[in-house]
Design a protein around this ligand. Sequence first.
Ligand code: GH3
Ligand code: MG
Ligand code: MG
Ligand code: MG
Length: 429
Amino acid sequence: VDGSRVSRKVIAKTLSSHINADSIEITAVGLARDALEVLACEKFDLITSSLLLPDMYGLDLCKAVRGSPAHRFTPFIVVTAESHELLIREGFSAGVTDYYDKTHGFKNFVRFIQSLAEHYAGLVGKVLYLEDNLTEARIMSAVMEHYGLDVVRVDSAERALEIIDESFDLVVADFFLAGDMSGGDFLHNVRCGLRFAREEMPVLVMTGNEHNNMQAEIFRAGGNDFVTKPVVPEVLISRIRSMLLMKQQFIALKRVSEDMRTRATEDSLTGLYNKRYLAECSGAFLSDIANYPAWIIVIDLDHFKAINDRHGHMAGDRVLEGIGRLLKAFFRKDDLVARTGGEEFVVLIRKCTRADCAHQVGELCRLIKELKPAGFPVTASVGVATNQDRIHAGFEELLVAADEAMYKAKHAGRNRAYFADGTPIHAGV
Ligand code: GH3
Ligand code: MG
Ligand code: MG
Ligand code: MG
């Protein structure tokens, strides 16, 4: 809203040329009367007005705007060259959000509007709102909903504890409740009973301002922050905004650390465990008496270099993926399947007889040959060792024994399997 046609044009043009044209729509009017007319039929995200309008004082326009429910919280900016303290104080009580000093120029005005828009952007989140006073609950629910939050209101701590789950992003809770449980009991249950960490389920506590000595107790009970009643809507929203931001950062950080952990233990091509993970876990696997006797199987694909040479490296990768999938599906959940090198896989099998192990290995050799993971048959040579009757044998020692048995299979013509003691398990046909 600006009485000068030139100012209106310059402001509208500066804004629309510096802010993504699809994300901004500007309505420019010269009179306060016209402004109130468009505000009555349309919802706006931001209002700017000059201080002196032809038909009204800018601050009176702001008061009138604040009277309509649709624009009670819409940022209202006064653009002016005079910004002395008295005016500023008068403006804030009229509901002005901020002033822009137009002597700073229109370029800076764009920057000012952009940072304001970021600050006042709608909030996304589901709030569990615990409040036993119906009037207060109606007003604050409306404020939170106005900013885009999805609000679920309950009137007792007992009910809140019944429905709280990971679908909520945040809790806003009254500290003084009429029911048997206080806000403190509620917090204690959320943190110690349900084990929601402060970062996972932030709780904003509302207290009466006569209870300043409660603050330490609120933090001790597990509250993240508090606001005092009567709650100022802007204060509530800005606390909620920073708590949601903290939670999002926490989630992002958690995702990164989980991702790093899988990357450190997983082979990226097949999703099987990698050599490092196998080396780390094999000791515990072999010494666990519940796994005894354990078996170690070394599987090396035959003539893999020739497959790469003949069909290309991509086909080679597809073979490795296919074999990886087969191994994962073939062995039990508590066996340990790893890809330890290019075309070499190592499996640790828990607690099984020699006969059962031989049966599994023979079956596996047949399945590998039938698989045709890239359209043509692939075979493997396999060596098997065990800690049966040598319960203290370490991983390295068993791996060497299984590897030697695997080389015996290679020399004997490939597509076959041997135990470390030289007994043939499977002779491929
Ligand atoms: P053998 O029957 O004696 O085991 O012969 P081989 O060709 O399978 O064995 P060798 O060790 O000579 O060659 C292994 C080949 O595996 C060489 C290497 O280029 C290839 N290789 C290693 N890692 C990968 C991979 O991730 N993808 C593909 N496509 N090839 C790989
Ligand atoms: Mg209460
Ligand atoms: Mg090979
Ligand atoms: Mg090899």
